[in-house]
Write a protein of this length. Structure first.
Length: 610
C-alpha cells in the first residue's frame, strides 16, 4: 500500500513535561489504526499534529501531495443558525466538490447517517446526533484519510454500530483514538499504544485489539526477562565497584563506565515497566434491606412522546442493572426517576426508607478555576474515606495525580484526569444504590479495567448506562432495554436486547408496508367503484381511458423499479464505489420521479372521470 502520511521523529512537550519524544507514525492507504494509551500520554496531541492543527517541537509530518485528510475533533461544535444541510454543504464547499453533485452526495451521506430532516438546527441536536453530523460532514468530502478523536464518546450503541460499518466498508484510511474495546476489536487492523512504558514511546502491532494484547504481553514478558538479566549483571558490577580503589586500579576505566551505563539502563527500564493504576473502590452502607426500589406500571413522556409505559422492575441489593437504548429513548430520564429527581406520570416508584443514592451524572462539570487540591478536598487538606482520615496528597496519588499537580487549576487537566477527579469525589459518598450515567467517557483502558473490578466487587446495587459494550457485558447481571418507541423489556445481556431491537424494527417495517399496500388497494378500489357507479358521467377520451385502464400496472412496475434501486444502494460494493454510487442514486431519483408522476396522473384522471 502507498504511503499517505508520515510523521518522522516528532517530539512534543508542554512546558517542562515531555509528552513524547522522537516518535515515528506512518499511515498507508487502507490502514485502520486504533490509538490507545493512558490519559495524559498525548494521544489527542499526536492526532492534532497529524492533522496539521499544531506543530511538533521537533521532527516533521508530511501528507502525500493531493491526498485529502479530514480530522474530526472529540467535541462536535456547531454555530447558531447552522442546519444539518448547511453544515454538510459547507463541507462540500471546502472539498471543492462540483455543485451539481452536492445534492446527491448530501442526501446519500445524511440518509445513511440516519438523518430525516435536513433543516434541523445543528445546535438543537443531542450529543450523539451532533457526532453523527460531524462524521457525516467528514465522509461527504470523500477523504483519503479520516482522523477520529474518541468518536464513540457521545454515540449510542446503534450509532457505534453504524460507524463500525461505515469504516469497514470504506476505502479510506482511518486513525481513531478510542478506549472502547469492542469498537477497537471490530474496526481496527492495527493498534498503536502511546506510553512511556516503551523505549520509543510507542508500541504498534498488526491485527485486532485482542492480537495487540497478546503482542503487548509478549513484549512486556521479554522486557521483564531483560530486567531480571540486567539486575543480575548490575549486582555483579556493584559488588566490583564496592571493592575500593586498590581493587579497581588494575581494571580498565571502560568497565567503570559500562557499570554506570548498566545501572542507568536498569533504572530506565524499571521506571518504564513500573505501572500505576487508579485506586477505585466504591463504598457501600451496611443496609440489610433486600428490595431498594420498586417500579410498578411506570410511564413517562417527554415532548408529547411516550418514552416508556407500564414499566415494572425491582432493584434489589447487589443487583447490577445495565440500561440500554437509542439516543432519546429515555435512559437518563429513567435514572432520574429512580433517583427521585423526576415524578412518574403514571404508576408508582417505591424506595426503601432512608435509601442512600449516589448519582454520577452524564453532564458532570467541574469548576475549571478551582485547584485540584480543592476539587478533591473542598473543606480541608484531608478527606474521610470509610473510617479513615486521608491527607489530600495521598488521596490524589491514589488517582495517579502528583503532588505538583495539587495547586494547578482543574482546567489544565485532561478529560480523563477530570473524570478521575469526579470518581474520587464519588467514592467518598457511601451508598446503597450507585447510579452511573456514562461513567466511561474520557477514561483510559487501564482505569476502565479498575472501574470494572470495583463495580464487580461493590456490595450495593448498581444502575449503569454506558455505550461501552465490553463494560456492560462484564458488569451487568441483567439489562433493561428501551426501544425508543415506548416499549421496554428485561434481558440477560446486550446481545439479547440487540436481537429484540432487530425484531422490533422488522415488525415496524412490515407494518408500514402493509399499511401502504392497503392504502393503495383502497384507493384503487375506490377509483374502480367510482368508474362503475357513474358511467354516464365519463369524460375520458379514448386514449385517456386506455391510459386509465393500465395505470395501476404501470405504478406497480415503477414502484418495483424504485425498490430495486433502493436495494442496490444498500449493497456494500455499490456504496464503496463512487461511480456506481452516483449512477445508482441518479437512477433511484429518476425512478422516484416516475412513481410520483404516475400517482399525480392517476389523481388527475380520477378527478376528470369523477
Amino acid at each position: 500500500m502507498a504511503l499517505l502520511l508520515n510523521a518522522q521523529s516528532v517530539t512534543k512537550a508542554f512546558g517542562a513535561t515531555p509528552l513524547f519524544r522522537e516518535i515515528s507514525f506512518a499511515v498507508n492507504e487502507g490502514d485502520r489504526v486504533g490509538v490507545i494509551g493512558p490519559n495524559g500520554s498525548g494521544k489527542s496531541t499526536l492526532l492534532r499534529m497529524l492533522a496539521g492543527e499544531i506543530e511538533p517541537d521537533a521532527g516533521e509530518v508530511t501528507l502525500r501531495s493531493g491526498a485529502r485528510m479530514v480530522y474530526i475533533e472529540q467535541e462536535s461544535q456547531f454555530g447558531p443558525g447552522e442546519t444539518v444541510r448547511s453544515v454538510v454543504e459547507a463541507a462540500l464547499r471546502r472539498a471543492k466538490a462540483p455543485e451539481d453533485e452536492w445534492e446527491t452526495r448530501l442526501r446519500a451521506t445524511l440518509g445513511k447517517a440516519g438523518f430525516a430532516d435536513f433543516d434541523t438546527e445543528a445546535v438543537t441536536l443531542s450529543g450523539g446526533w451532533k457526532k453523527r453530523l460531524a462524521i457525516a460532514q467528514g465522509l461527504v468530502q470523500n477523504p483519503d484519510l479520516l482522523l477520529l478523536d474518541e468518536p464513540t464518546n457521545h454515540l449510542d450503541l446503534a450509532g457505534i454500530a453504524w460507524l463500525e460499518e461505515v469504516i469497514r466498508q470504506s476505502q479510506f484510511a482511518t486513525v481513531a483514538i478510542s478506549h472502547d474495546r469492542y469498537f477497537l476489536e471490530n474496526f481496527a487492523k492495527e493498534i498503536a499504544e502511546l506510553s512511556r512504558a516503551y523505549p520509543s514511546g510507542l508500541l504498534r502491532a498488526k491485527g485486532t485489539y485482542s492480537d495487540f494484547l497478546e503482542a503487548k504481553e509478549a513484549y512486556l514478558a521479554a522486557e521483564t526477562k531483560r530486567q531480571e538479566s540486567l539486575e543480575n549483571r548490575v549486582r555483579v558490577e556493584k559488588e566490583w565497584l564496592r571493592r575500593g580503589p586498590k581493587a579497581r586500579a588494575t581494571k580498565a576505566k571502560a568497565r567503570i563506565d559500562r557499570a554506570n551505563e548498566l545501572i542507568g539502563e536498569l533504572a530506565d527500564l524499571s521506571g518504564r515497566l513500573k505501572t500505576a493504576s487508579a485506586g477505585i473502590d466504591f463504598t457501600a452502607t451496611d443496609r440489610q434491606t433486600k428490595r431498594l426500589v420498586e417500579m410498578e406500571g411506570v410511564q413517562y413522556s417527554a415532548d408529547g412522546r411516550v418514552l416508556f409505559e407500564n414499566l415494572n422492575f425491582p432493584v434489589v441489593a447487589g443487583a447490577r442493572v445495565g440500561i440500554v437504548g437509542p439516543n432519546g429513548s429515555g435512559k437518563t430520564t429513567l435514572l432520574r426517576l429512580i433517583a427521585g429527581e423526576l415524578e412518574a406520570e403514571r404508576g408508582k416508584i417505591t424506595r426503601a426508607n432512608a435509601l442512600r443514592i449516589t448519582y454520577f451524572e452524564q453532564n458532570r462539570r467541574l469548576d475549571g478555576e478551582q485547584t485540584l487540591r480543592r476539587a478533591l478536598a473542598p473543606d480541608s487538606d484531608s478527606v474521610v474515606y470509610g473510617d479513615r482520615v486521608i491527607h489530600v496528597a495521598s488521596w490524589a496519588s491514589r488517582f495517579l495525580f502528583t503532588g505538583e499537580q495539587l495547586n494547578q487549576p482543574v482546567e489544565r487537566l485532561s478529560g480523563g484526569e477530570r473524570a478521575r477527579v469526579l470518581l474520587a469525589r464519588l467514592m467518598l459518598q457511601p451508598a446503597d444504590l450507585l447510579i452511573l450515567d456514562e461513567p466511561t467517557n474520557d477514561l483510559d483502558i487501564p482505569t476502565l479495567e479498575i472501574l470494572e473490578e470495583s463495580l464487580l466487587e461493590y456490595p450495593g446495587a448498581v444502575l449503569l448506562v454506558t455505550h461501552d459494550r465490553y463494560l456492560l457485558d462484564r458488569v451487568s447481571s441483567v439489562v433493561i432495554g428501551l426501544d425508543g418507541q415506548g416499549h421496554a423489556a428485561s434481558f440477560a445481556d446486550y446481545a439479547q436486547w440487540e436481537q429484540w431491537m432487530a425484531e422490533q424494527e422488522a415488525a415496524r417495517k412490515a407494518e408500514q408496508q402493509a399499511r401502504a399496500a392497503a392504502a393503495r388497494s383502497e384507493s384503487a378500489q375506490g377509483a374502480a367503484a367510482a368508474s362503475v357507479a357513474a358511467p354516464a358521467k365519463k369524460k375520458l377520451s379514448y386514449l385517456e381511458a386506455r391510459e386509465w385502464a393500465g395505470i395501476e400496472d404501470r405504478i406497480a412496475e415503477a414502484e418495483a423499479e424504485l425498490q430495486r434501486h433502493k436495494v442496490a444502494l444498500e449493497d456494500a460494493s455499490v456504496a464503496t464505489d463512487a461511480g456506481r454510487l452516483q449512477e445508482t442514486l441518479t437512477q433511484m431519483e429518476s425512478a422516484q420521479q416516475a412513481v410520483d408522476a404516475l400517482y399525480a396522473r392517476w389523481a388527475e384522471l380520477e378527478a376528470k372521470q369523477a
